[in-house]
Design a protein around this ligand. Sequence first.
Ligand code: NAD
Length: 487
Amino acid sequence: MKTVDIAPAQNYIGGLYESNEARSMDVVSPLDGSVISQVPLSGPGTVDKAVQAAKQALPAWVNLTIKERVQVLYKFRTLMEDNMHELTNLVHQENGKTYGEAKAEVLKGIELTEFACSLPQLLNDEILEVSKGVECRTTHVPVGIVASITPFNFPFMVPLWTIPNAIALGNCMIVKPSELVPLSTIRIAELLKEAGLPDGVVNIVHGDKEVVEAICDHPEIEAVSFVGSTRVAKIVYKRATSNLKRCVSLGGAKNHLIVLSDAHEEMAATNIAASMSGCAGQRCMAASAMVAVGQVDHIINRLCEVSRSIIPGENLGSVISKAAKERIEKYISEAEAAGAKVLVDGRNATVEGKEGGFYVGPTVIDYVTPDMAIAKEEVFGPVLAIMRTNDLDEAIRIENSSNYGNASSVFTQNGGLAKYVMERVSAGMVGVNIGVPVPREPFSFGGWNESRFGAHDITGKSSIHFWTKLKKTTTKWNPEAFTNWMS
Ligand code: NAD
């Protein structure tokens, strides 16, 4: 069954659509397994073509003031609102998340664009008379031609983590969306063009590993941002920086929620269930491991009740592929075989009328031990592994032992204990009584440890440093009468 009729995806270079690639693949809707489009798998020649288009667009784009550049983004924001239903449906179809989750993703894209519109207000460069008659001034200058490589799980939001800020700050871009979900990025480019973005400022090159490698190797690309799994984040970071580019590379996650016995039962249960199952657990901020400290059976019981009310195909979307479903179910079965207790079992889920779709129901597994794969590795599905301890410091040690460091939350009504945990967990984004502690604009997004490589966060004010280079200008006017040691 065909879900929607969408034209084959094409590369978008210098304002023109083209696809003359030898390789291509089907775009499959995970909602029902139907083929909804095709995507070209490009090579290094196409990356170079896109770089030349960006190079041609760059001088005129840099020459505009930032206030002029963001005018396009104001219009783009309105166009996203005008096309809300269509954009939401596209995200829903190509990614498989629920319509409501897809709408939240589009709204988040709007918020990210609003932040970029505010950059002229934030970018007040510094100036100081450092010695009599001598002034120093800093200016944020665009880096030049930059690239953004994105994952499958947020086809609309993650491209908008980078595109609005990078172009507002004067760069021209090559965007490489996940080949699994190429369609939302194309709509972003179409709406940007409708909003008045000059051709060549944003270019899209579809593909897989080959495109990513060509981006990392291209001598005229100055900066590379990457979001995806830790395995690939490491490859990209090493390859881009060994070619002397700046790089911020965000990887995977294993987020721990530490639940104390005094936690508010309903708040903890509903927040944890939503964090574990939202977007079918395919969020880098999803709750994946819960460390129960002391007597929290009442919270676990309620968490299981809430989880049972989350139904695939109704208020739970699909996972991205058959392979993802199989991987997730294997983690559950292996944990069970190793002695963990499956309290809520999401294996073998199907949705009537969508038998070709890839569904895993919410899964809660108790008595997981820290040495099990499900406790250590990123499962990326609607699965919560519960570990138990009677010792808060042991709970913190379990969290600290993770290679990742994206998010961590504590659930308690004791402010002192919450502070104790927040100061000791090893994660870039931490929360108290919140399942998904995403810092919203203007705060920046980025984890620690193997969840992020590179010096800067990818959004918010921190991203200004990534997308610009500082020029320091020293000016001397009429200083002769005031000569001192630094004149
Ligand atoms: P992925 O690493 O498989 O793919 C990401 C991008 O890398 C895609 O564009 C893909 O085409 C490309 N790619 C894949 N294999 C490659 C290779 N061998 N060499 C070069 N490029 C390659 O990630 P995914 O499955 O699309 O996304 C899910 C992952 O992304 C999860 O691990 C999730 O935690 C992570 N993620 C992290 C964040 C964060 O902020 N830290 C945000 C969203 C997603």
